[in-house]
Design a protein around this ligand. Structure first.
Ligand code: C6P
Length: 421
């Protein structure tokens, strides 16, 4: 299969993957760095860093504008990544791939543009209780503007969506369902294929926030049949400030532009402006060309490992982490879905998550602590904050073992240490 990641025994070779990430070779606080915050942003392999450097050193020019060789090369490299992304998520054609600054901008684009096309006063948008703020606030802003309403799919305590209640929320007033694929707090993998099919029975389009899913599993937008799918480059081992909105062509053709400026027009006069064709209609101004090229390198890197192998690795490591962490007395894990991957959020006794994070940092272990941009979820579980370990392709069982040792140390420092049986 893929020489890079699987050794001759067909074992996912984390050690050789980790070697490809220069940043992971350093020490932090005098200890080898253990990075468990890939859900916030993933680290970048050498090939991504090199692709960006190469672009600036040899090809830098604006895209779609110049008549000279550098601009041709930059345009070709930029558009080639669009094709790479298309193939990566199995979209029908390249015109359905819009480059954005990230998941957040992709969702804002849909809220603004699809909102202007389809959503009026008293219409309803269905979200879930486990959404990231990026998939809540743009819809609230739309509600303020046009007077539509948000309906929320409730949760089961284990961190799964209540699908019976979901079915009841779909009415003739529903104009869009917008849901997270993999929760950045609970790790729950939502049954989106089933949820999309149900929404489509009512002719309701569906947007999927794939920020945490795309780095962890193969995505096939044709098979999912979603109307929109949003994700970020920086969680996909690529650069920040680039992301993707996939949209079915029939929607993107009908939707008005999101922003006005260069590249999104075919003709401008003071009397009337004609907009450019897809996908350029939604890419106003000079894009982040280097980041798009870096994203292409990231996709190439992940494909050389194989998304199936990555998915298997992440699921196995998540199970291992879940099992090890749950043995720590006083540690409560949030999210017990059968289908769970990539992130484990928890509280430890009555110790604030920030204290947990700070003490772990002293051990060279990087985790995230806080509300994880999912305040409604914190409210649901009645906690101010959680600590979260999130996994990447370079993590292994020994990282989890180090986390467990670090957490026992946190308990000791706070005088909460209890010997395990
Ligand atoms: N979650 C986390 O630590 P941007 O910032 O646009 O790249 O991604 C926003 C976003 C949207 N949806 C989900 C499910 C996400 O996880 C994120 C980013 C990070 O969980 C930073 S808050």
């Amino acid at each position: 299969m893929d020489a890079l990641s699987l050794n001759e025994k067909n074992v996912f070779d984390v050690a050789s993957i980790k070697q490809q990430f220069p940043i992971l070779q350093q020490q932090c606080r005098g200890k080898p760095l253990i990075y468990l915050d890939s859900g916030a942003t993933a680290q970048k392999p050498e090939s991504v860093i090199e692709a960006i450097r190469h672009y600036y050193q040899y090809d830098n020019a604006n895209v779609h504008r110049g008549v000279y060789q550098l601009s041709e090369r930059a345009t070709q490299a930029y558009e080639q990544v669009r094709e790479q992304v298309r193939a990566f998520i199995n979209a029908e054609d390249q015109h359905e791939i819009i480059f954005t600054r990230g998941t957040t901008e992709a969702i804002n684009l849909v809220a603004h543009s699809f909102g202007a096309l389809q959503i009026k006063a008293d219409d309803e948008i269905v979200l879930s209780y486990m959404e990231h703020h990026s998939n809540i606030v743009p819809w609230q802003m739309l509600c303020e503007k046009v007077g539509c309403k948000i309906k929320i799919i409730p949760l089961h305590e284990e961190g799964t969506l209540d699908l019976n209640e979901y079915a009841k929320l779909l009415t003739p007033r529903t104009k869009l369902v917008s849901i997270i694929h993999v929760s950045n707090v609970l790790g729950t993998v939502n049954p989106i294929e089933q949820m999309i099919a149900l929404a489509h029975q009512h002719n309701i389009p569906v947007l999927i926030d794939g920020a945490q899913a795309v780095p962890r599993m193969p995505i096939d937008v044709k098979k999912l049949d979603c109307d929109f799918y949003a994700f970020s480059g920086h969680k996909l081992y690529g650069p920040t400030s680039v992301g993707v909105l996939y949209g079915k062509r029939k929607w993107l053709e009908a939707m008005p532009p999101y922003q006005g400026g260069g590249d999104m027009i075919s003709r401008v006069s003071f009397n009337k402006t004609e907009y450019n064709v897809l996908p350029y209609k939604f890419e106003a101004g000079t894009p982040n060309i280097a980041a798009v090229i870096g994203l292409g390198a990231a996709i190439q890197y992940l494909e050389s490992i194989g998304m199936d192998a990555i998915q298997k690795h992440e699921i196995e490591l998540t199970h291992y982490a879940q099992q090890k962490l749950s043995q720590i007395p006083g540690l409560k894990i949030y999210g017990h879905a059968k289908d769970k991957m990539g992130v484990i959020s928890f509280t430890l006794d009555d110790i604030h998550a920030h204290d947990v994070g700070t003490i772990l940092d002293n051990e060279g272990i990087a985790i995230r602590a806080g509300h994880h941009c999912a305040m409604p979820l914190m409210e649901y579980y009645k906690v101010a904050a959680m600590a979260r370990a999130s996994l990447g392709i370079y993590n292994q069982k020994s990282d989890i073992d180090a986390l467990v040792r670090g957490l026992l140390k946190v308990k000791e420092i706070f005088g909460r240490y209890t010997h395990r049986e």
